[in-house]
Design a protein. Structure first.
Length: 136
């Protein structure tokens, strides 16, 4: 294994500094996004600085579908501790390490809140019924 050279150490330090600057810029732009805008954060942008530790409960009608969400105890196997429902059927949601949320319906489009995940699922379903997610 080669020894750590001064050049390699300086290159690594510069790369880390650039990455830290990019994270700070992304967090600042996420803080300026409109609340509830589920497209405000790109998949790589961190949201932990702007997302609360435990999102508040919600109950609303979105595009003719009733969406509900509430914190739960126990945390589940992903540790999210949050339940989301679309027309009474549970929508499996998961919190990512960066604080963003995904659902089984819109798995590749992270959003800042469980409410935004429910809205994104309704958009993706395009009127179709949500079927229960098998857990066993």
């Amino acid at each position: 294994m080669p020894e750590l050279s001064r050049r390699r150490a300086l290159t690594t330090a510069a790369a880390l500094a650039a990455a830290a600057g990019a994270v700070g810029t992304a967090a600042a732009s996420a803080a300026n996004a409109a609340p509830g805008d589920h497209h405000a954060n790109s998949p790589g942008s961190p949201t932990s600085a702007t997302s609360p530790a435990s999102p508040a409960a919600f109950d609303e009608v979105y595009k003719g579908r009733r969406i509900q969400g509430r914190p739960t105890t126990g945390g589940g196997h992903h540790g999210g501790g949050y339940a989301v429902f679309v027309d009474g059927v549970e929508l499996h949601v998961m919190r990512n390490a960066d604080g963003s949320w995904i659902s089984v319906v819109s798995h590749y489009d992270p959003v800042p809140t469980p409410r935004a995940a429910a809205r994104a699922a309704v958009d993706e379903l395009q009127g179709a019924r949500l079927l229960p997610f098998p857990t066993d």
